[in-house]
Write a new protein. Structure first.
Length: 738
């Protein structure tokens, strides 16, 4: 036994490599590579008897090899440590690892750490605990709730609306937010209003705030006639400085990041999606090469806590004093607390693990995106311990007999944390004036405005909304948005989330028949109950039972009462893209023709309301089908007209109405003609002898030959320059326009 090593089990290979780097030969470190046990993919996987829920966990085929490897190592080890992530999901993964290798979960030592550094790992090994079954049960409850909703509700939606649809406890509540915002935008009616703006003494811009004793606020002046009347009255009046106000405004330093705020800032400042942010943060946490070897350079990135370790605060304060002088250091360390209910305060906020590993040093070891995110985290943490910024706000009121105008300015008195973060508000200084001083009216005009609809959610603003409503937890924000995209419920246009037509149908049915599933307060309450399970305040089986029974009753009622939204009438034609049958469907904006192979094929075409489908899509032709001898008819598709056999569906022969464009370039493979063709992805060029010859090119071939391999080239634009690119070896030469 004395020679046996201790075994440490983590989830990821990167984490395993980093920890192994810190420990000596007495330790073996292995990764489970994520979840090794889960509910089965092909069946419900929950046995329900007398109000008890028994999950039927399975080790999937992908993990059977690693489970055997962990089992073998565990048999040879003196001690087996569970070292999975410190959140509930990590606790549950640890539980499943123990079960999979035949160990009692509550008897294995469990080590936790907020950062993957040498000191943190050694400290964790000195202070092991056991697996927390309350946290495991909270995660099990979450997993079973999600399986119940997904497995029972998704098939119902698919049967009533369209194949391939899904619903989820968190995803559906999030989707309703996006759909509701779109409804607001569509229902919005712009409202006209006018503002009266003036310039005094050539440069002081101001706005009318009072006219003839009445306050002028947004929407006060509705019509141009009203605005012009005010201008006519004020333009000849004499103005003086009525009042000057100067106040100090303190802008507090921001707290360090937690998961939601990191995702929001990375989205708005770096243009990273939440998914990308978390992937990069995971790598920075699990370990990268540094000047001190391989180590984790940020703390755990799935957290809703703003706590900071005492030693980290002290290190930050020393760094601020050393780098920016004592002037930027508050008298006492700054302490932040989160407003989130159920926040796991034993965790830490996201921070660098080594304050001396500055972004300037990190630049030698990290790639471009890793450095951007690390710099964001590093500077935000350092700024959180710096002094507040101080501004002086300036307000000048200009008055005449009938009107009062207001001008505002500001001046940075002390930059404080902006010294680290940059981006201090731009100064807008007002000139020195005295009360009672006469001023000249340089310009006076009425400006027309229209009220704006609310903007669509961005990924960042949706995460902020989800967090404020208590929907989901740090680990769920990014996967929820990614899932909505994957299910074709939302599209991202100009960094904004736009719901698709099918999203409206799904939400309409859920609102009518499953209102609790899309109710944000219900979803938030469920999150609170999961928190209470983790805190040993509620029984997880009871929480499941209280949800399950009324939900299943809703499902059964829905099967009977929800009318099918499917209108799938064959139109007697085949899809020009994949050959499957075309059908007429009903959508939110009326009827349309779609491919029956959806979602694999997404071909659609609009129906002309003024003509029947047959009139619109068929014209007589003089062509005869070369397969069956029947007359060919001219039909319309999204890329124009084409010939189709009138004997459809017995004969499905189609061919282009016009002969494809031929190039003056011979096929380099067989010497045949090269013609212009079209596919689902757009225009391309191929050999006319297809399928015997399979030559194709995305770009239009030319007669020029490649100087390297002698193959033909194609003309294209590459990095804003016109080039000839070899179709075979991809050698490029810029086209000279001399």
């Amino acid at each position: 036994m004395a020679n046996q090593k201790s075994l440490i089990i983590v989830e990821s290979p990167a984490k395993a490599r980093t920890i192994k780097n810190f420990l000596g030969k007495d330790y073996e470190v292995i990764a489970s590579k994520g979840h090794i046990r889960d509910l089965p993919k092909s069946s419900f996987g929950i046995k329900i008897e007398q109000g008890r829920f028994e999950p039927q966990y399975r080790v999937d085929k992908e993990h059977s090899k690693i489970v055997k490897e962990i089992k073998d190592l565990a048999k040879k080890s003196s001690t087996v440590y569970i070292a999975t992530d410190e959140d509930r999901e990590g606790e549950a993964i640890g539980y499943h690892i123990a079960k999979a290798i035949g160990k009692e979960p509550e008897k294995l030592p469990r080590i936790v750490f907020h950062e993957i550094t040498k000191n943190a790992i050694k400290k964790a090994l000195e202070n092991p605990r056991t697996i927390d079954m309350d946290r495991v049960n909270a995660q099990q409850a979450r997993r079973l709730l999600d399986r119940i909703v997904g497995y029972k509700l998704s098939p119902l939606l698919s049967s009533k609306i369209q194949r391939g649809l899904s619903a989820g406890r968190v995803q559906s509540a999030a989707l309703k937010l996006v759909v509701d915002r779109e409804r607001e935008i569509k229902a919005f009616v712009p409202e006209e209003y006018w503002s009266i703006e003036a310039v005094f003494n050539e440069s002081i811009e101001s706005q009318l705030i009072k006219f003839q004793g009445e306050k002028i606020e947004k929407l006060s002046i509705k019509k141009q006639e009203e605005a012009q009347k005010i201008v006519e009255i004020l333009k000849d009046e004499e103005f003086r400085v009525a009042k000057i106000e100067k106040k100090q405004r303190i802008t507090k330093s921001p707290p360090p990041f937690m998961t939601s705020t990191l995702q929001q800032s990375a989205s708005t400042q770096l243009g990273f999606s939440p998914k990308k942010t978390m992937m990069i943060a995971q790598k920075l946490y699990e370990g990268v090469q540094t000047d001190k070897g391989i180590t984790g350079i940020i703390t755990y990135m799935r957290t809703d806590s703003l706590n900071i370790a005492k030693e980290a605060v002290e290190a930050a304060r020393e760094k601020i004093e050393k780098s920016f002088s004592k002037e930027y250091l508050p008298e006492k360390p700054k302490i932040y607390t989160t407003k989130n209910k159920g926040a796991q305060e034993a965790h830490e906020a996201i921070r660098p693990t080594m304050i001396d590993f500055t972004p300037q040093i990190a630049a030698q070891f990290l790639n471009k995106d890793e450095l951007k995110l690390y710099t964001l985290i590093y500077n935000r943490f350092l700024a959180s311990q710096a002094k507040d910024a101080i501004f002086e706000t300036q307000t000048i009121y200009f008055a005449s007999d009938d009107g009062v105008f207001k001008a505002s300015g500001r001046k940075l008195v002390f930059d404080g944390f902006y010294k680290i973060l940059g981006g201090a508000e731009k100064e807008k200084l007002l000139p020195e004036l005295k009360e009672g001083e006469k001023v000249s009216l340089t310009k006076l005009e009425a400006i027309q405005h229209f009220t704006e609809p609310p903007s669509r959610y961005s990924e960042a603003s949706l995460i902020k909304k989800l967090e404020s409503l208590g929907i989901g937890r740090p680990s769920t924000y990014a996967p929820t948005i990614a899932l909505l995209q994957a299910r074709n419920y939302i599209e991202i246009e100009k960094k904004q989330l736009k719901p698709t037509d099918i999203a409206f149908k799904v939400i309409e049915i859920l609102e009518e028949h499953f209102p609790n599933i899309v109710d944000s307060s219900f979803t938030a309450k469920m999150e609170e109950e999961l928190d209470e399970i983790a805190e040993a305040k509620k029984d997880w089986q009871k929480v499941l039972a209280e949800f399950y029974e009324p939900f299943i009753a809703q499902i059964e009622k829905g099967k009977r009462e929800i009318k099918s939204q499917k209108i799938a009438i064959p139109v007697g034609r085949n899809c020009p893209e994949c050959g499957a049958e075309l059908i007429k469907r009903s959508g939110r904006f009326g009827e349309f023709i779609a491919c029956s192979a959806f979602p694999k094929c997404k071909y659609t075409e609009q129906i002309d309301e003024e003509k029947t489908s047959e009139e619109k899509n068929e014209e007589k032709s003089e062509e005869i089908c070369d397969k069956c001898g029947s007359p060919m008819v001219i039909k319309s598709g999204p890329r124009g007209k084409f010939l189709a056999c009138s004997a459809y569906p017995k004969c499905k022969n189609t061919k282009p109405l016009n002969q494809p464009k031929k190039l003056d370039v011979k096929c380099p493979e067989c010497g045949g003609e090269i013609v212009e063709r079209y596919s689902k992805r757009g225009k391309f060029f191929g050999c006319a002898n297809y399928p015997k010859c399979t030559f194709i090119s995305k770009f239009e071939p030319t007669t020029s030959k490649c100087p390297k391999c002698g193959y033909i080239t194609a003309k294209r634009t590459y990095r804003n320059k016109e080039v000839l690119e070899c179709i075979k070896c991809k050698h490029k030469e810029e086209i000279s326009h001399k």
